[in-house]
Ligand binder design. Structure first.
Ligand code: ATP
Length: 243
């Protein structure tokens, strides 16, 4: 269910080309504040390309893109200050401990020592990871690492967090735990923009966009998309679009 009405992401006619190849073909969509927005598409559909533009990591070829009220062309640094980003490739330091990783990222975000210390304690408590706070990241299971990576991505209370396939390769129980954390972040008012390959996860989103070959071919609530494509579940919607 949509919780807010203000748009926190506004994208109009976004085009991204690599040479003559069009990776994002006139994307137009808005994301509302506090929304959990699912960004779906087959491999190579253009999701990561769009996500990198929204995060201020690369520039569009043309189009208008506003994130957290800032223009990604002119105010990229302000965009970066207001977002968290969890990349598809694992984003923690394997040779640092859990606590050291949290400390490190807190420092990058320019947070005070006092804030980092207090927040680290409550975070370790929430993650039930007090006992392993001094373990090296590389010694932990993937699902645990992903939970830490997500926590670190929202450590500075960003307005929006971008998650690029955060649950890829993670077991179903840990995936559920992960989604609990997503809901908690959303309840705190953080907008969640998430890409996934798991169609059951698409059902957990407020709204879902489905991309195919650089274009958005469907965008609505899971319920409306199922109606629109006359499909029993999101899997079927996805297959109909990708075909
Ligand atoms: P996946 O689910 O595999 O991550 P995706 O939907 O995120 O896929 P993108 O990574 O955005 O897809 O890639 C979209 C297309 O753009 C692909 O064909 C890819 O090869 C191409 N592409 C991405 N980055 C570049 C680049 N820097 N130079 C040239 N082509 C690129």
């Amino acid at each position: 269910m949509l919780k807010h009405t203000d748009n926190i992401i506004e994208v109009k006619d976004l085009v991204k080309k690599f040479g003559s190849f069009v990776a994002n073909d006139h994307l137009t969509f808005n994301v509302k504040k506090g929304e959990i927005f699912g960004f779906l598409g087959a491999n190579g559909a253009g999701k990561t390309t769009a996500l990198r533009i929204l995060s201020g990591l690369s520039y569009p070829t043309s189009g208008e893109v506003k994130v957290a009220g800032f223009d990604v062309y002119k105010e990229g640094e302000k965009v970066k200050k207001n977002i968290g980003y969890m990349s598809q490739k694992f984003s923690l330091y394997e040779d640092l401990t859990v606590r050291e990783n949290i400390r490190f990222y807190g420092g990058i975000y320019g947070l005070s020592n006092k804030y980092i210390k207090e927040k680290t304690e409550s975070l370790l408590e929430r993650l039930k990871m007090k006992d392993i706070q001094n373990s090296l990241i590389k010694s932990l299971p993937l699902g645990w690492k992903q939970k830490i990576a997500f926590s670190v991505a929202i450590f500075h209370n960003p307005k929006i967090v971008f998650l690029d396939e955060p649950t890829g390769g993670v077991d179903p129980i840990t995936r559920r735990d992960f989604w609990e954390m997503i809901y908690e972040a959303s309840d705190l008012g953080i907008t969640v923009f998430v890409t996934t390959h798991y169609m059951d996860e698409a059902e957990y989103c407020d709204r879902v966009s489905i991309m195919d070959q650089g274009r958005i071919e469907g965008l609505d609530t899971p319920g409306e998309l199922k109606k629109q494509f006359n499909a029993k579940n999101m899997d079927e919607v996805f297959i109909k679009i990708a075909r």
